[in-house]
Ligand binder design. Sequence first.
Ligand code: CA
Length: 462
Amino acid sequence: MTRPNIVVILTDDHAAHAIGAYGSVVNETPRIDEIAAAGARFDNCFATNSLCSPSRASILTGTYSHINGVTTLVTPIDAGQPTFVSRLKDAGYRTAMVGKWHMGDGEGHNPEGFDYWDVLIDQGEYHDPHFLSSEGLRQVEGYATDVITDLALAWLESLEGDDPWCVLIWHKAPHRPWQPADRHADLYSDPIPLPATWDDDYATRASSARRAAMRIAEHLNAEDLKQDPPAGLSYEDEALWKYQRYMQDYLRCVASVDDNVGRVTDWLRARDLFDETLMLYSSDQGFFLGDHGWFDKRFMYEESIRMPLVVSWPNRLPAGTVRRDIATNVDFAQTVLDAAGVAPDPRMQGRSLLEATGRDGFYYRYWEHDDGFHKAPAHYGYRDHRYKLIYFYNDGMGLLGTGPFTYPGEWELYDLERDPDELRNVARDPAYASVFSDMRRRLRQEQLAVADAPYAGEPALA
Ligand code: CA
């Protein structure tokens, strides 16, 4: 069988619940849905550290944060470590990376293993973005999501011969500060529905979660909102106004993503390459869209950790498949390598998603404790198909980007079958005592299995 061409489109902070194929009630994304219809939609794909740079590093290297070293936003990657791209290149693939890299720049941190790379600096800009390539730094006129697609397609157009190729098209959108393209500036003028958990009062949640500075009512800034709230609104009404303002721009940025996903699909179809190409669309993590009153991600709660993942490869995968097995961002590397028939690096920790993973649950760890802007607490946990256990250990452990303060450890346990919105923490509920201790054992088992270590201050298992 001939080796497939590979397209990996990754966006930044695009929540699954803002995608039509995942049942969005706030927008439509026909071009992303088209990939799901032609192939598979993964309903339980999760980030193992719900933060931009760490998730990108896990996707590239097929390893957890503590293995690849990118634990926080400000820890640059050692770009020389094995990635699925370096494996593909060694196996004869032509390789390219265009768009948001966001794992550091400079010697040792710039993209490696690519024939062509052309990337935004750090977070990058939405309008007339700067790009860094092997040729140096330059500014390109236009809207980032369009320009990134233009550059990727231009590279594909430049290829000659029959060797397979792999292109990473990694967008900045729809990341904060949510600046849409001019052509989408008038979309979503009707009121956008509120999520069911908008009024979450955090009654049973650990105090660790309440400290996070991610409240739409209080923590969106002037750059995010782009205009002042109308004068004289009550606290509640001003929060509702901010929600609309935030969601309008977020969804307008998604509209441009969807258009540009369609451009890539159209390019493949026009050349009769769509059926033989492995195409993945995903985001580095999920996002709170007013869920629990929040924006942003970081927490091990569902809206944050759930990654959209739709995959098409008509020559190999049946159309219209819905996958409910547990997948993670650590699996992407081995999935691509499996499709290409290239052996994974022995260090890789995932499983190929071309078959069901058979996984019972997965280990999660958020390291960037109490950073200056978001104040989200360090925690780790384990989620299976029914339950989720979280331990907030509340210590930055001296890592770059973390805050200096520590707080007492706290547990949360959710029964996702009875409480899918995670509104009732049952960690101290006697009815769940045996579930709690069983989940603690499984957390420890999986933590050690992926070669991480427990926080020294975690109380010993009884
Ligand atoms: Ca992100």
